[in-house]
Design a protein around this ligand. Structure first.
Ligand SMILES: Cc1ncc(C[n+]2csc(CCOP(=O)(O)OP(=O)(O)O)c2C)c(N)n1
Ligand SMILES: [Mg+2]
Length: 321
């Protein structure tokens, strides 16, 4: 059976039986309204992943790399402003959906489905490819060429300070905007990514403003190659000029709290930071691959048992929502 069906069946059965994975109690500044919005964004993201597979089977969709396991990114979006330009990892559907909830008049599910179907009416790619992105939401569209968006994000963050110094030119973002840039744990090793981190650090080291929040979505794997345990914390924990934060991406309360703290740091000091988010990847890399062919079945099942949506149901219930 397809792992996406297994995850879906587990979700329905476990929610009905209140058989939910254990974890910390909800804590922090996340409001009830935002907690529910974040959960709903995660549910829509999950439904779109399932729909992309159905569309592919029907010959109507062409892209199945999904966001399942990364639903906690909705909590990061909630901690930012829609004017904070966001360069997104391809698993950030929940981020985009949550950001759409911050602006009136958005039809985000429809727009994303047009993209899945490679429709020429897709407002962001015109049908060229399935991409995340939205002009209204300040999400420039990216390809899935890993790490290619990191140098662009560094440039955009530099431009926030440059626009202030060179009035009245090029003032595309508010003076107190920050730039957000997410990527996967394997992408972090790419030389293009390394060049972007170094440029950000080199700039910050000289106290040149660079309000940039990097986010590493660490699901422990890149396609079928596992990241050595502890690598992301080890490599990012002590970089000069790049402050390190960590949160558990399965906990929307913790993710919101730490993302808000990291965003506040970047916004106030106009210095770059990196938020390392512990997450997991459900259903393999894309529709075409079978994770149990390259990972031990027990590991796949342990991750499925930690479905972030199940954690969110528990957290919302514990918070009395
Ligand atoms: C420049 C480039 N090289 C290789 C690939 C093929 N590729 C697609 S996804 C991926 C691994 C990404 O892993 P990670 O950054 O951990 O993100 P995840 O899919 O786990 O969220 C690779 C190597 C690519 N898309 N772009
Ligand atoms: Mg990964």
């Amino acid at each position: 059976m397809d792992r996406s069906e297994i995850v879906h069946d587990n979700f329905l059965r476990q929610v009905a039986a209140r058989d939910l994975p254990a974890g910390h109690a909800p804590a922090g500044p996340l409001t009830a309204v935002d907690a529910v919005m974040i959960y709903r964004a995660g549910c829509l993201s999950r439904a779109l992943d399932r729909q992309s597979r159905a569309l592919q089977k029907a010959g109507q969709g062409f892209y199945t790399i999904g966001s399942s396991g990364h639903e906690g990114m909705a909590a990061v979006a909630a901690a930012l402003r829609p004017t904070d330009m966001a360069f997104l990892h391809y698993r950030d559907a929940a981020f985009q959906i949550a950001r759409a909830a911050q602006l009136p008049g958005q039809s985000i599910a429809w727009d994303m489905l047009l993209s899945f179907a490679a429709s020429r009416e897709d407002p962001i790619s015109g049908g060229r490819h399935k991409v995340l992105g939205s002009r209204a939401l300040n999400i420039p569209p990216q390809t899935s060429t890993i790490a290619s968006h990191l140098p662009k994000a560094v440039g955009a963050a530099y431009a926030v300070g440059a626009a202030r110094r060179l009035r009245p030119e090029h003032q595309a973002l508010p003076d107190d905007a920050i730039v957000y840039c997410s990527f996967g744990d394997a992408s972090a090793n790419h030389s293009t990514a390394q060049g972007a981190f170094n440029t950000a650090q080199w700039t910050a080291f000289q106290s040149i403003p660079l309000p940039l929040l990097f986010v590493c979505e660490d699901n422990g794997i890149g396609i079928s190659t596992r990241t050595p345990p502890g690598w992301i914390a080890a490599t990012f924990g002590q970089r000069p000029g790049l402050k390190y934060f960590f949160c558990n991406g399965l906990d929307i309360y913790e993710t919101y709290r730490v993302a808000a703290e990291a965003a506040r740091y970047v916004r106030r000091l106009k210095k770059p930071a990196i938020l390392h988010i512990g997450t997991l990847r459900l259903y393999g890399h894309a529709g075409a691959d079978l994770p149990t062919s390259y990972l031990p079945r027990e590991l796949v099942e342990t991750e499925e048992a930690n479905d972030p949506l199940l954690h969110s149901v528990r957290l919302l219930e514990q918070a009395g929502r």
